[in-house]
Design a protein around this ligand. Sequence first.
Ligand code: GAR
Length: 190
Amino acid sequence: MKRVIILASGAGSNAENIINYFQNSTEISVVKVLCNKKEAGVFKRCKKLNKDCEWFSREDFFKKNTILDKLIEQTDFIVLAGFLWKIPEAIVKAFPNRIINIHPALLPNYGGKGMYGMHVHQAVKNNCDKETGITIHYVNEHYDKGAIIFQIKTKLEISDSPEDIAQKIHTLEYEYFPKIIKKTILKDGC
Ligand code: GAR
């Protein structure tokens, strides 16, 4: 059984979708969710799903080894589902090609610091792009720069608002993220 810990910062709709997807899996187990925002919606979702969701501080993550040690002890893979802090080098080094992120745009476009959630969709709208999409990638020391595992596009209409774009992106995320996590983890083979 491969163990997964999800890191989240926000509403947690992807975390919920992933937890549900692997609920009866005999190959992959979502151990818990770790969250850096006390008021994040993901706590409520986890409560409903009966899944542990633990808060951690900036200090736990960046200064002490609290989270690094917990991850090493408790998981094989880390999935970032709307997690907004940069992953410290020590965690990247401890989990080479074992940290998977989802980004709500077609990287390398609209990546980097400050490019998350609605900021991305607003930028896509401002540029009048005719398409957008999702990118699932490994995490390295640089924001949104790790090797790309999977991308898929969706068409945009000129009338689409940033909220409409967000909805199209969520639809892709819910359909593909769990499947790509499964494929990536099971092909890893060790
Ligand atoms: C998702 O759309 C995810 O792709 C994005 O945040 C949203 C989280 O929603 N991630 C980033 O922008 C990372 N740079 P959720 O909390 O409902 O899953």
